[in-house]
Design a protein around this ligand. Structure first.
Ligand SMILES: [Zn+2]
Length: 325
């Protein structure tokens, strides 16, 4: 099996975006150490709108310094053989830096909230913001907040940028809130497929390839367990990032009472599920396992669990790779 450990490289988008050191730089450095130890490459979906906004605010000393730190780390990731992929959170269009912090406006959280012409500009200029640093065009895309639908207007912009691989879908994923909107309940339950106008509809001659995030079904007991672990031992289970998630409170409470559709993930205590997901993928004779995590949400526990997971998977003969290698 090919295993892809992917990380959405970004700040938080709730009431506090958090610090660049704790949300991005330090956890990513620990990931680089882990990758070096095991000699395995990772995939980083870089929130390119953030890069562009740092650049737009380069008259502010902190923004210029943060841009330089991110650029340096992206070059280190590239040199170490990790894949740098495109991640788009278009709400950066409406967000700005003032009084030492980002004022995040998520009124227009998904690309579908913009016109076709605006989408074309956003995708192209965000992609260019990554190329300006790495000098290499991206090959893979992941929509911010999983909001990839409707796909048609995004499709034209991605073709223009020669990005033909997507990794946004997780089987049975569904969310509808003021910010998020996605419905993957009709997606194929496969390791990869081709598509054209709708990533949930397989099309044998489709121009695009979907490499979905491995789905997971989480029982309510897990969330009770997570809650008590965080309370009783925050030094181990609390994420390193110091910002706040953009949350849908109604949805969070639901997790405690009914099973929820999620995905393979190493964030915080979610990393405890990786080993059993691996076994399930083996039993189902899967060819791929795609894990989605966030540097900002990794806890000390996550790094130990990832270390154990990589060891176990390698021992069983599985390989770790980037998506497009
Ligand atoms: Zn994101």
């Amino acid at each position: 099996m090919q295993i892809h450990l992917s990380f959405d490289y970004e700040l938080f988008f709730g009431t506090s975006s958090g610090s660049i050191d704790n949300c991005i730089l330090k956890p990513t450095q620990r990931l680089m150490d882990l990758s070096k130890k095991h000699q395995v490459p990772f995939v980083f979906f870089v929130d390119a709108g953030y890069l562009l906004q740092l650049k737009n605010h380069n008259h502010i000393v902190q923004c210029k310094s943060d841009y330089d730190k991110i650029a340096l780390q992206l070059l280190e990731l590239k040199a170490a053989g990790h894949e740098i992929a495109l991640h788009i959170h278009p709400h950066w269009e409406d967000s700005f830096f003032k009084n030492n912090s980002w004022k995040i406006n998520t009124t227009r959280y998904k690309l579908a909230d913009f016109t076709d012409t605006e989408i074309d500009h956003i995708v192209t200029k965000y992609h260019q913001a990554i190329i300006d640093i790495t000098q290499i065009p991206c090959k893979s895309y992941r929509a911010g907040g999983w909001c990839i639908q409707p796909f048609e207007p995004i499709k034209k912009a991605l073709i223009k940028n020669n990005i033909l691989v997507d990794s946004t879908i997780f089987h049975n994923g569904f969310h509808s809130s003021s910010a998020h909107s996605y419905n993957f309940t009709s997606s194929p339950n496969k390791d990869e497929w081709c598509f054209d106008n709708d990533p949930c509809t397989e099309s044998s001659n489709g121009l695009y390839t979907e490499i979905p995030i491995t789905a997971d079904r989480i029982p309510p007991l897990f969330y009770w367990n997570l809650y008590f672990k965080m309370k009783s031992n925050p030094a181990i289970y609390k994420p390193l990032g110091d910002g706040n998630w953009l949350v849908d409170k109604k949805r969070i409470y639901k997790h405690f009472y009914s099973g929820t559709n999620h995905f393979a993930c190493a964030d915080g205590f979610f990393a405890s599920r990786l080993s059993s997901i691996l076994t399930r993928c083996e039993n189902q004779q899967r060819k791929r396992m795609m894990v989605l995590s966030h540097p900002k949400s990794l806890a000390p526990y996550s790094f130990d669990a990832l270390d154990a997971f990589i060891n176990k998977a390698k021992t069983k003969g599985h390989t770790f790779s980037t998506i497009t290698s």
